[in-house]
Design a protein around this ligand. Sequence first.
Ligand code: AMP
Length: 561
Amino acid sequence: MGANRDPASLEGYRPFPEERTAAYRDEGYWRDTTFHGLVDDRAATTPDATAVVGPDRELTYAELASNSRSLADALRARGVAPNERVLFQLPNCVEFLEAFFACSRLGAIPVMALPRHREAEVRHLLDLFDATAYVTAGDRYDMGFDFVGLVDDLTGEFAHLETHVAVTESGDGLPDGWLDFATLREEPTEGGVDGVDVAPTDPGVMLLSGGTTGMPKGIPRTHNDYLFQWEHMAAAAGVEDDWVAFPSVPIGHNASLNCIVGAAFWAGATVAVEPVLKPGALLELIERVGGTYSLPIPTQLIDLLEHPDVDEYDLSSLEVLVSGGQKVPPRVVRECVDRWDVGFCNIFGMAEGPLVCSRPDDDVEVQAETVGRPIADAAEVRVVDMDREAEVPDGTTGELSVRGPGYFTGYFRNEEENEENFDDDGWFYTEDVLARREDGNYQVFGRIKDTIIRGGENIYAPGVEDVVAEHPSVANVAVVAMPDDRLGERPCAFVELAEGVESLTLDELTEFLAERGMAVFKRPERLEVRSQLPRTGVGKLDKKLLEERIAEETDAESGPV
Ligand code: AMP
C-alpha cells in the first residue's frame, strides 16, 4: 500500500500561493516561526515557567525545549526524515507534547489520529499519509484498547512504517521492533537534527476532519497559518501567562490543539493534561491544578453541569470557558456563566480553519445566542448565497466562506473535495449555514446537510434542538431528518433524559414547544428516548448515525410494499 511513493513526498499538498505568502509576511500576519521556535522563545525568556503538568510529570519550558530536542535527535537517528508523517495516537499526556515539538524540530509532520479511531481509520491514515512512524500508548496509559497489538499486526502491510514507539512504564513486554518512548528520548545520538532547517511555510501538522461515517480527510496546517490562529485565539480569550489551560477533548483535535494548547503556549501559560476525559476526572483536575481555561464540547458541559458532585469541587479558578464544535444550547451558556462566573467564548471552529467566537466580556446575550466575531481582523470571512455567487446581506442566512492567513489551502491528496469546496480565488466554502447579525456577531444555523426539508419548508435542526434542550427533562438532544413518503423528510428528536427523569412523551414535548411558540412544521414528529446517544470520535453527538438508524427503523416499520 502506498509502497511506491517516497514517504517524504508532499505530492497532493497545495501550498499557499506565493502572492498570498508575500502579503501575509508584509502585513506581519505571519511571523515566520515554527512550533518548536515558539517553545524555544519561551524557554529563552521564561525557562523556569511550567509548560506542562501531567498526573505524575511536569516540565518547564526549558525542559520541554530540551526533551523535544533529544527526542527529535533520536527519531532522526532512527531514520525519520523531514516531511515524513508520524501517526500519533495518544491520550492527553506530557509525552504527546514532547513528541509534537520533537516532530516540529525535525521537520516531520504529526498526524493527529484520535484515541477513538480503530483499525479501519488507522489503516486508512497509514496509507493516506505513508506514515513512517507511529507513536502510541503502551502500559503507561490505559486507552482501553491495544493499539500496540493492532499496529504490530499491520506492520507487514505498510512497508514504509519502520519506527514504532509506545509510552510504557518500563519498556517490558513490547513486541520486537518497538521502542519505549522514554528510552528513545534518552538514547545518545550523533548529529541528530543539526542542520535540519524547517520552513514555517511548510505543513507542521496534519489535522483530521471529523468525518463520522466517511474516513477522516487530511488537513495540512503550516506553522505560519496555525501559529497565526494560536496567537489570535490567545488574544480573543484573553489568555494570561499565569493561566492553567486544560484540554477537555483529545489534544489531537483542533479544539484542544489550537484553542487551548496552542493559545496557552503562545501566551506562555501552563497546559495541564489529564488522560481521562470523564466529567469526574475533569472536575478533579480543575480543583487540583487550579484550572483556568478550557474548551469542553457542549455534551461535556452538560455532563459537568449535571454531575451529581459538581458542587463538592472548588471551581473558583475558572476564568474562561470556550465551547463549540456543535451548537451550544443557549441555556447551557447561561447556566455556566451564572454558576461559575466565567467569561464565555461560544466558538465556531473547524480543523480547516474558521474561528469565530464571542469574547469573555461580551454581553451574555451575545455569548448565548451567537458565535461572536472572527478572531482576527485579517481573516476574510463572508456569508454567501447557496449558489456561491454573491454575499448575502446581514441578517440573511447563507454559506460561510473564508480565506486568509489562518486557514488551510486544501485537503491532502483529495483533489475531488478541493475542487468542490474551493474556488479559483482560494475561497473555501464550509458547507455551514450562518448569518451575520447587524451588530457584527454571527449565528450558526447548522450544516447545509443539517437542514430538514419538510414538504418544501426548510427546518434548521440546531434551531429546534436549542428549544427542545430547554425542556427541563432533556439533557441532550439531536434532531434529525426521518424519511417520509409524502413530505420527503420530517423531524425526529433523539433525547437523553436529565438526571433522575424517568420519561418524556412526544405529547409533553409538543406541548412545551407550542408554549414556546415554535412553528408547527418545525416540531419533531417522533421522539426517541435513549439512555446514551452515540458520540463521534471527539464526543460530539453523532447525528449521521442517528439519521441512518431512524431511516432503517421507519423502513422496517413500513414493512414490505
Ligand atoms: P471538526 O471537523 O470536528 O473540526 O468540526 C467542524 C464542524 O463542527 C463545523 O463545520 C460545524 O459544522 C461544526 N461546528 C463547529 N462549531 C460549531 C458551533 N459553535 N455551532 C454549530 N456547529 C459548529
